[in-house]
Write a protein that binds this ligand. Structure first.
Ligand code: SF4
Length: 259
């Protein structure tokens, strides 16, 4: 790990905490980190807010989304609406065709429902490997993570050095509440996925996301069958796909051979 990079990330973390607004945070990030800064967007509310701020700041940021091949049509509509609204390019990063073919040949087209390992293997092929490819050579990585989203995210900093990627991971809305986020979206009339209004607070791939019921956790609709299966549930909360907790993926990674 680079000690200098760690110290710089700590200084940036402190500076971001006192920046007056999100646009100022994006400008601060762009000014502090030389080289290519990537923003990986899943088109959720958080990422749409960050996208808006990047446009407001006219910041030179490489924006991409992971085209898993399993998106809802409404998610594709959100990409198109965002490209219409903002003068920004949103790159679609696809998985390797050979990896997908190997995976579906082995597990079947809905094999991710058979076990947590199979689901993580699918996320690995369709999300994690493409993410790693898209981040290669980047010096910074902006996300829309918020501390309030999940127990596993409650200590998310504004900036930290990621030794696995050799870059600074940046979470400019880490401290935002859901109310703050929704107010920001409404105030700026930011385009959002139509599914949010139909009970989908968290939206992933279509076969792996359902609307939540009243009183359910905001991520209850993600890979919902796992919580309803006693054998899966006994393994504890696994509601991450590996984009932000890669060390947990080692076992699944080893199971789908790279072609
Ligand atoms: S969310 Fe579902 S379909 Fe999408 S990559 Fe993960 S397991 Fe595969």
């Amino acid at each position: 790990m680079s000690q200098l990079a760690t110290l710089s990330a700590a200084a940036l973390d402190a500076a971001l905490a006192t920046a007056p607004d999100l646009t100022a945070r994006i400008r601060l990030i762009r000014a502090a980190i030389p080289g290519r800064i990537a923003f990986s967007t899943s088109l959720g509310l958080e990422d749409q807010a960050v996208l808006h701020a990047i446009a407001e700041a006219s910041a030179d940021i490489d924006i991409f989304t992971l085209d898993t091949g399993r998106h809802f049509p409404e998610t594709l509509d959100t990409i198109a609406a965002s490209q219409d609204r903002y003068p920004l390019a949103i790159r679609l990063v696809a998985p390797e065709a050979d990896d997908v073919e190997t995976l579906t040949s082995r597990d079947g087209v809905l094999g991710f429902r058979n076990s947590i390992e199979a689901r993580k293997a699918c996320c690995d092929v369709r999300k994690v490997r493409p993410l790693m490819k898209a981040l290669k050579g980047a010096t910074g990585w902006i996300t829309g993570l918020r501390r309030e989203q999940a127990a596993s995210r409650k200590a998310v900093p504004f900036a930290e050095f990621d030794p696995m990627q050799g870059l600074v991971k940046l979470n400019p809305i880490a401290d935002w509440t859901l109310t703050q986020l929704e107010t920001f979206i409404a105030t700026h009339d930011i385009p959002v996925n139509a599914l949010h209004a139909r009970g989908f607070p968290s939206i992933g791939c279509a076969p792996c996301t359902r609307a939540i019921r009243p009183g359910e956790d905001s991520r209850a609709g993600r890979w919902w069958w796992e919580a309803e299966n006693a054998a899966f549930a006994a393994l504890g909360d696994q509601k991450e796909c590996g984009l932000h907790n890669r060390p947990k993926l080692k076992q699944a990674n080893s199971q789908v051979a790279r072609s």
